[in-house]
Design a binder for this molecule. Structure first.
Ligand SMILES: Cc1cc2nc3c(=O)[nH]c(=O)nc-3n(C[C@H](O)[C@H](O)[C@H](O)COP(=O)(O)OP(=O)(O)OC[C@H]3O[C@@H](n4cnc5c(N)ncnc54)[C@H](O)[C@@H]3O)c2cc1C
Length: 342
């Protein structure tokens, strides 16, 4: 019988589990129930007792590595902590969120334990054995993988499972002791851009895409890039949406043209960009060409605003297309959102 260990870590507070960790718990519970297997949860946190309270209703055995040394991501301490948890759980299947923290150490830990790892897992199936699904070739080919090697580490993509939500209660946890060798890396702190400076927000409900049209000559014969930037940032502020871009728009920066300063290639959605997961998407001033739209594969409700009634979006790629000038539409939307807030 499989011993399923779900590895989790705390968020920045150090005393609550990260959202991706709670998503991994859901995946673990579902898999354990289907295989009638044992579910064990491992917590890495500064204050694991507090973080583990959210797990009370899982009924799972909870193992924890706690303390100041495990407050922030660092290869040596995270690898030692997760290795110790895997050994204590005698895990055959290890599920972990594909966060930067665990992605960095999971392959090394799998190697230490003589196991195998697969990453970017989007679904877990199988009644008798574990069948893990992932996409290849820019989300065009979907593969189902099963392996005999144990322990088998599976890193789960964020947003593929609902976050586990149970009533928080004090629970019994088993502390696992980790003897750390002398650490060469000292973590002096955590620096992140202010929330409103960070435009890529994987946890946002909505994706807002800006296309090259924002920087093109408008009906008055002029470009309005400054106004475009203010409208886009205003929309992001009011909605908390994540900002995506077409390739044409981010490429303009490299060509020395006037461009929106807050966009980089990291914002690019599509075949040569990213394929994020959001419930809704709103595309603006973008033509909806196939290499762009392929990046919208996992967007639930797709809407677009374009001046072109013949653009790619209108040809069956969006659920709703508004054939309209995005400048006044977004200005009006922002005004309505501001009024609603006030
Ligand atoms: C190998 C390869 C890989 C590629 N990978 C990607 C990728 O990953 N991502 C990607 O995005 N592209 C990719 N492309 C490029 C892609 O094919 C398109 O060229 C690009 O997506 C077009 O960007 P756009 O729609 O923003 O610009 P444009 O094609 O210039 O379209 C601008 C649109 O804005 C509209 N518009 C202008 N003003 C307004 C206004 N005021 N209100 C409303 N609408 C307005 C216009 O009508 C027009 O439809 C790739 C191409 C190749 C060959």
């Amino acid at each position: 019988m499989e011993n399923i260990l779900v590895l989790t870590h705390a968020d920045e507070s150090g005393s609550a589990l990260s959202k991706s960790s709670l998503e991994a718990i859901t995946a673990g519970k579902e898999l354990a129930a289907r295989l009638s297997a044992t579910l064990i949860i491992g917590v890495v946190a500064k204050d694991a007792a507090a973080a583990a309270q959210a797990l009370a209703s899982t009924g799972a055995r909870v193992l924890a590595v706690s303390g100041e040394a495990f407050a922030l991501a660092r290869y040596a301490s995270d690898a030692a902590a997760t290795e110790a948890l895997c050994r204590a759980a005698n895990a055959t299947i290890v599920l972990a969120p594909g966060t930067s923290r665990f992605t960095r150490v999971a392959a090394g830990v799998a190697h230490r334990l003589g196991g195998f790892i697969d990453t970017h897992i989007t679904a877990l199936g199988g009644k008798e054995t574990v069948e893990a699904t992932r996409w290849f070739y820019r989300q065009r080919v979907e593969a189902v993988i099963s392996r005999d090697v144990r322990p088998w580490f599976l890193l789960l993509d964020a947003g593929t499972h609902a976050a586990f939500a149970g009533e928080s209660q004090p629970i019994q946890i088993e502390q696992v002791t980790v003897s750390l060798t002398a650490m060469r890396t000292t973590v002096s702190g955590f620096r992140a851009p202010a929330q409103d400076a960070q435009t890529i927000r994987p946890d946002a409900k909505m994706l807002f895409v800006a296309g090259a049209g924002w920087t093109k000559k408008q009906p008055d014969g002029q470009v309005h890039v400054t106004e475009a930037g203010e409208l886009i940032l205003g929309f992001l502020r009011a909605t908390g949406a994540s900002l995506g871009s077409s390739k044409s728009l981010v490429d303009q920066g490299g060509e020395g043209n006037s461009v929106l300063p807050f966009l980089t290639h990291l914002n690019q959605i599509g075949q040569t960009g990213s394929t994020p997961r959001h419930q809704k998407g709103l595309s603006t001033c973008c033509h909806g060409e196939e290499p762009h739209v392929v990046g919208w594969r996992f967007i639930g409700d797709r809407r677009a605003i374009s001046l072109d009634p013949n653009c790619g979006w209108t040809r069956g790629k969006a659920d709703v297309v508004y054939v309209a000038d995005a400048f006044p539409v977004i200005a009006k939307l922002n005004a309505l959102l501001e009024a609603k807030k006030a």
